[in-house]
Ligand binder design. Structure first.
Ligand SMILES: NC(=O)c1ccc[n+]([C@@H]2O[C@H](COP(=O)([O-])OP(=O)(O)OC[C@H]3O[C@@H](n4cnc5c(N)ncnc54)[C@H](O)[C@@H]3O)[C@@H](O)[C@H]2O)c1
Length: 432
């Protein structure tokens, strides 16, 4: 095992999780932040977002003195063998990835380099970014410092980020320097995953191609669900049959309100934009986006069909986060669906086990319940949008006593339609 000194700039889902995991492997890790309050909190083990197991892993490695938080690029950068850029790359209005923070951070890293350092981007960045970052590093570095650049895209999923980082399907290392390759291979050795060595552009494109393909699978499942409803087929069985084919695989084939989160929507947009910049119209992905919007509208259409006019009707929402086990609300389907319903005059009460604080920033005109049962008080309709485990175990006899009318839209198909119908509910799923 090779113990190294490494640094991460950015302490979001990617930066903090990978930093904590590499510290847990025995490396000495610096995490460079940019706001005093967050860095002070992190030093005490207080994490700004919810990710299962992360708080324990961070505290353990702070105590072992392997994980250090700082606002300063020195001595963290000059002492490190490798420095990872893990800041956000949100979509701009045109759909391109906003690289301003990546480039700003590269400048700071460059100025503080000393000896030989590998600088690697973990943030998802469009093809060609490597050239910009490399130029900044070369121009900013002090005389005598040596730097090689690599693109090491990250594939972790929020909600299972630690185990994804410890057991990834592959590690992609994109660099043209054999020396940088050697450092990064040694660093990733304890993970034991297959390592794919590529050039910069290939590594950058692998990340966008993977996320866009997963988004495509979700939209495909939603299109099949729509068609199943029209022809009277059971989409879940159709997709189960499809997924049993090893060439297709059964993951990411669940119909529902569409994909959301901080990655798929922006990465699909960015890949469309990268293609456009290179005179290729990636219209397949434009349709993936259309189907995704349609999936959200379909939930609202079902609510209108059940309730007639939704104005003044009370609708309870189970789940707000874009998926279970996270408090992340970025591009959550719940935002679009609830906004369409409140625009129609519906009164919304929602419950999510973790996401209320983040949801309040984007959904201010709805009520938040203290527990999942009170969502159903007096409700004309319940809509399940995020499949948290607690919603799977809910007692529908209790819900039944509280609701005004027994209507439910199961946006994630987690309930048994027959059981609910036997209890007197009007059950509507997606594609069933
Ligand atoms: N979240 C995921 O599931 C995931 C998975 C794979 C890849 N990615 C990619 O990784 C990148 C980071 O994503 P994330 O979800 O961790 O983002 P995030 O928004 O959770 O974190 C970004 C971090 O950057 C910090 N930051 C911003 N400006 C800074 C500056 N000037 N100096 C230092 N830190 C600064 C923020 O404080 C925050 O901690 C993105 O490009 C994303 O597409 C994300």
């Amino acid at each position: 095992m090779h113990i190294m000194k490494i640094a991460f700039v950015g302490h979001g889902y990617v930066g903090l999780v990978t930093a904590a995991v590499f510290a847990d492997f025995g490396n000495e890790v610096f995490v460079i932040g940019h706001t005093k309050k967050k860095v002070e909190d992190l030093k005490r083990g207080i994490i700004p977002f919810y990710e299962p197991g992360l708080s324990e892993l961070v505290k353990k490695n702070i105590e072992a003195k392997r994980l250090n938080f700082t606002l300063d690029y020195t001595p963290s950068v000059p002492e490190s063998d490798a420095v990872f850029i893990a800041v956000g790359t949100p979509a701009t209005l045109t759909g391109d990835a906003d690289l301003s923070t990546v480039l700003e951070v590269a400048q700071e890293i460059g100025k503080n380099l000393e000896g030989y350092t590998v600088v690697a981007t973990k943030s998802t960045v469009p093809t060609g970014t490597n050239k910009k970052v490399q130029k900044i590093l070369e121009e900013a570095k002090p005389r005598g410092a040596e730097v090689d650049y690599a693109s090491v895209p990250e594939f972790l999923r929020e909600g299972s980020a630690i185990s994804d980082t410890m057991n990834p399907d592959r590690v992609v290392i994109g660099t043209e320097s054999a020396r940088a390759q050697e450092v990064l291979i040694k660093l990733h050795e304890p993970i034991g995953a297959p390592i794919l060595l590529t050039n910069f552009e290939t590594a950058e494109l692998i990340k966008y191609a993977s996320n866009s393909f997963l988004a495509l699978k979700i939209s495909y499942a939603n299109a099949i669900a729509k068609l199943s409803e029209l022809v009277g087929a059971d989409a879940l069985k159709v997709l189960e049959g499809l997924g049993m084919d090893k060439r297709i695989g059964n993951m990411f084939l669940a119909p529902g309100p569409g994909y959301g989160g901080s990655c798929f929507p922006k990465d699909v947009k960015a890949l469309i934009s990268i293609a456009k910049d290179n005179d290729y119209a990636f219209s397949l992905l434009e349709e993936v986006e259309n189907i995704n919007h349609q999936a959200r509208r379909d939930i609202v259409r079902k609510a209108r069909k059940i309730l007639g006019d939704v104005r003044g009707k009370k609708i309870g929402i189970f789940g707000l986060a874009f998926k279970p086990n996270t408090d992340d609300m970025r591009y959550a389907p719940s935002i679009d669906i609830i906004t369409m319903l409140t625009n129609d005059g519906a009164k919304i009460t929602a419950f999510d086990p973790k996401a209320h604080n983040n949801a309040k920033d984007v959904l201010s005109n709805i009520a938040y319940a203290d527990d999942m049962y009170s969502v159903s008080d007096d409700a004309d309709l319940l809509i399940l949008l995020t499949e948290w485990n607690e919603f799977r175990e809910i007692n529908f006899n209790e819900i039944k006593k509280r609701m005004k009318a027994l209507n439910i839209i199961d946006g994630r198909n987690i309930y048994d339609p027959e059981q609910l119908r036997a209890l007197g509910f009007n059950y509507v799923g997606v594609g069933r």
